[in-house]
Design a binder for this molecule. Structure first.
Ligand code: DI6
Ligand code: FE
Length: 420
């Protein structure tokens, strides 16, 4: 395919490309092709203005004229990775709780005793924007070093106006000052703060009447999330929040059925949520509701592992019903101290029995779908952002197989090489 900015000199077509990648194998992850969406044989990709201008078999390249031409010696190209669910802006850590849990205390016990999310809330409230930024930047760069170009970051450790805003501003700044594109999510409905003890309804009213409008006006969030659980918010409180978010034009998503079946998946589907996340306790009814919606099931094997969970998300039902499945880190100091999308992919294979192809799709195409940006990235297709990971591997199945090995040869974001 040929796009518009090309010149014809003396009758010869001259594609005017910025970067031409040749001698590659290409796993497009296109939903229109089977499995990895592989282009058979030697492939090439041409980039112009940060977008993919042409891709296909090298033998069919319509021209060779590019400002820079790079031969990749048989490396595989995939879409750059996407992490669609993180809480990576936070103060402090919870290593002491980690020890308590290893000693037998449950996550809920610790939360009810004032620890858990609330302990991170205290540390986050007392941290300045610069401190939060300095702590979070290495986490973003760690993800980038694995071939990632897009990350979602949630608020939810402030639970008051100033700190929720500060977290979202820090997340936006990470997007500006790192090499990763950041999408932000307001998760003020993460848990009930002490100021509203025994008044979850009052807190939801405060979030709806004050925090949400300010966040929407300031353009600080791309979506709104909530934690629907017995230790957090009920379905009807979440519905109140979702109605307000929808009214303000913000898409919603939900932490659903992580610790119990609270009907979260069906609730997410009812509000056309971008995604329903966790899903360990989702029932058949919940799976059917997701299948009838456009919501993505986001699987978070790091939290499953950390909480020593034994109840698996209904993977085969989701697969059989054609619900798209994303894989994400859930990077947070309590239930998933994992800042590695490759580790999340590996865990999804081992713990949830996703195929290596589903793991890669989950951290590329389906992650992008869960963020509402699949039209723009998540697969290698003409017109999409040139967010490309270049791998020194023999087959893309290796990406859910190894962790910690130096397989990433280059990372290209919007056409610029940011890791090589
Ligand atoms: N589910 C999770 O896994 C995280 N939040 C949530 O709602 C945990 C956050 C934490 O424990 O700090
Ligand atoms: Fe989470």
């Amino acid at each position: 395919m040929i796009t518009s900015r090309a010149t014809v000199t003396a009758g010869i077509f001259m594609p005017d490309w910025d970067l031409l990648l040749t001698d590659t194998r290409i796993a497009t992850m296109s939903p229109d092709l089977p499995d990895y969406g592989v282009i058979e044989g030697k492939g090439a990709i041409a980039i112009r203005d940060g977008r993919i201008a042409w891709l296909g078999k090298q033998s069919e390249l319509p021209g060779n004229d590019a400002s820079e031409r790079r031969s990749l010696d048989g490396c595989w190209l995939t879409p750059a990775l996407v992490d669609c669910h993180t809480h990576l802006v936070f103060g402090g850590d919870r290593a002491a709780e980690f020890e308590q849990r290893l000693g037998g205390a449950s996550y809920e016990d610790i939360a009810r005793a004032g620890g858990g999310i609330m302990s991170t809330v205290r540390a986050t409230r007392s941290a300045s924007a610069d401190e939060l930024f300095a702590a979070a930047l290495p986490r973003v760069e760690a993800l980038a070093s694995e071939g990632l170009a897009t990350v979602e970051i949630k608020s939810g450790y402030g639970l008051d106006m100033d700190t929720e805003i500060r977290m979202l501003e820090v997340a936006r700044r990470l997007g500006r000052e790192s090499s990763v594109d950041v999408l932000t999510t307001l998760l003020a409905a993460h848990t009930v703060p002490p100021e509203y003890e025994n008044d979850a309804d009052g807190y939801i009213a405060f979030v709806c009447d004050e925090i949400l409008p300010r966040v929407a006006t300031g353009g600080l969030a791309d979506a709104v999330d909530a934690y629907c659980e017995s230790i957090a918010f009920s379905s009807s409180q979440v519905e109140t929040l979702f109605r307000k978010a929808t009214e303000l034009g913000l898409p919603v998503k939900l932490h659903a059925d992580q610790l119990s079946d609270s009907g979260g998946a069906a609730l997410a589907a009812k509000y056309n949520a971008l995604s329903a996340d966790h899903l360990e306790y989702t029932s058949r009814v919940g799976v059917d509701a997701l299948a009838a919606s456009s919501s993505v099931a986001v699987l978070l094997p790091g939290a499953f592992l950390t909480l020593s969970e034994t109840r698996l998300p209904p993977i085969s039902e989701l697969r059989d019903k054609g619900v798209p499945m994303a894989v994400a880190t859930d990077c947070n100091p309590g239930t998933s101290p994992i800042c590695s999308i490759r580790t999340a992919m590996m865990l999804a294979a081992h713990l949830f029995k996703l195929t290596p192809c589903e793991c890669l799709a989950g951290a590329t195409r389906e992650g992008a779908r869960a963020l509402g940006v699949l039209d723009d990235r998540g697969t290698l297709e003409v017109g999409k952002r040139a967010d490309i990971a270049v791998w020194a591997i023999d087959h893309p199945r290796e990406l859910a197989y190894w962790v910690g090995t130096p397989q990433l040869a280059q990372r290209i974001t919007s056409g610029h090489t940011t890791h090589s």
